[in-house]
Design a protein around this ligand. Structure first.
Ligand SMILES: [Cu+2]
Length: 455
């Protein structure tokens, strides 16, 4: 039980600490007060080709992304053909085990800074972890077949059978120190044959709470060099002639292409038109006495960057079930996991409501700091005013609480603390929150729904 009391204190400390950071950094996205309900993974299921293959038509594109400090960064990525806007990172491919996957990559004519193709000479896609990938068309590159921008209409077709369920990334296989940093990566999820409610065989999760967190970092100086070269009409290898990967100094660290606090804005936030994927993690607390078996949330990590990132939640440990799309024989209690460049992890996140913190049980002895001693820097807080889950109390009139229904918020971030900044200003960068909502409610016999006030 000491465990739970510590958690509760951690929640209070966490919200007090985070309030200042949010107030100090105004982002392109809306802070959590906008009830970011829609941060679950957005699946691109592709289209079914006449031969039954699941087909994706992707093109290399350039465009701009926003950083919370007001900077914009020129970037490259993969975008579905026909999609009007550039997107960063590329679409998340969701595939069922056993499916044949066919990805056709093109690089349209580069239109100077108007979101056309990328001005690199060649580009490509690698599918790490997939077995028997074939690549046809284009020109032979070092690692795979590449689209040649000198050949109008050139394309490469990659094909493989989705044989191993799990979490993967896909990324450029061409001049990777440049192209992957420029943003040419995306997520790939293969669901097991038993169904999309399972991470792996025998690992069920709450399908309304599935999250993909893709890590990446950028040196904007290098992006600017590439942008200026393309604006000056340089194409192909000339674009990269002033690009020195060994001089790289990262300034922005992102989750799903966004830096905190933009990370916690909802999916498809209109203020972040080219960065559609949110990164807030949500969990419904499990009340062990209520008769409802709350399944855990599934959180998928993928590191598409060049640096390793030690990543951890506050408030509770996680259950690590797989690495690089390969399940462990037994789950492992996990706290800080260093996610190496190119690596993926699958973790289950849950919250045991062991003391009926939603206010229905006996009061828990806990010393809550007096309100005067809680820091409401900038007048903003994630604290509800009440330590019990699902309860709210009045806060000082000068304080705006982002708490919707008395839910808890905890940081979940890179513990390389120089990475939770936006160009040296904290809090920012590779940081998200997780939000613990009260247990589900039985609205009629056998029918369980999230607490209405939390939606
Ligand atoms: Cu921490």
């Amino acid at each position: 039980m000491a465990f739970s009391t510590r958690n509760k204190l951690a929640a209070i400390i966490a919200v007090a600490a985070m309030a200042g950071g949010l107030a100090a950094v105004t982002g392109g996205g809306s802070p959590a007060g906008a009830a970011p309900a829609t941060s679950t993974v957005i699946c691109d299921n592709g289209t079914v080709a006449p031969d039954g293959a699941i087909e994706y038509n992707l093109e290399a594109r350039d465009g701009y992304i926003q950083e919370p400090d007001g900077n914009t960064v020129y970037a490259w990525s993969y975008t579905s053909v026909g999609q009007p806007l550039f997107q960063f990172p590329g679409p998340t491919m969701c595939i069922d085990e056993g499916a044949t996957v066919r990805v056709v990559l093109t690089n349209p004519d580069h239109v100077d800074n108007l979101s056309g193709g990328i001005p690199a000479a060649t580009t490509s896609i690698l599918f790490p972890g997939q077995v028997g990938v074939t690549a046809t068309g284009g020109v032979a590159g070092l690692l795979t077949q590449e689209v040649d921008s000198a050949v109008p209409g050139d394309s490469v077709t990659y094909e493989f059978v989705a044989s191993a369920p799990g979490t993967y990334i896909y990324q450029s296989g061409t001049d990777q120190a440049v192209q992957v940093q420029m943003g040419m990566f995306g997520g790939l999820i293969i669901y097991p044959a038993v169904g999309r409610g399972f991470a792996y065989d025998g690992e069920p999760f709450d399908t309304t709470h599935e999250y993909l967190l893709l890590f990446h970092e950028m040196d904007p100086d290098l992006h600017t060099e590439v942008e200026l070269a393309s604006r000056n009409g340089l194409v192909g290898d000339a674009v990269l002639s002033n690009y020195h990967p060994l001089d790289r100094k990262s300034r922005y660290w992102t989750i799903n292409g966004r830096s905190f606090p933009d990370v916690i804005a909802p999916n498809n936030a209109p203020t972040l038109p080219t960065q559609p994927y949110g990164g807030l993690v949500r969990v419904n607390a499990d009340d062990p006495t209520d008769g409802f078996d709350q399944l855990p949330s599934l959180v998928r990590y993928g590191n598409a960057g060049l640096e390793n990132h030690p990543f951890h939640p506050h408030g509770n440990t996680l259950r690590l079930i797989a690495q690089d799309g390969r399940p462990f024989p037994d789950e492992i209690e996990a706290y800080t996991k260093t996610v190496a460049a190119g690596q993926t992890f699958d973790l289950l996140a849950s919250w045991e409501d062991v003391e009926a913190w939603q206010g229905n049980g006996a009061p828990t002895p806990i010393n809550v700091p007096a309100l005067d001693n809680l820091v409401f820097k900038g007048g903003a807080s994630f604290y509800s005013g009440d330590p019990n889950l699902g309860q709210k109390q009045d806060l000082p009139a000068t304080v705006t609480s982002y708490s919707v229904c008395g839910e808890y918020y905890f940081p979940w971030h890179s513990h390389a603390l120089q990475e939770i900044v936006n160009y040296n200003e904290g809090f920012g960068g590779m940081l998200t929150l997780w939000r613990v909502d009260p247990p589900m409610e039985e609205v009629s016999p056998g029918v369980w729904q999230p607490t209405a006030a939390c939606n």
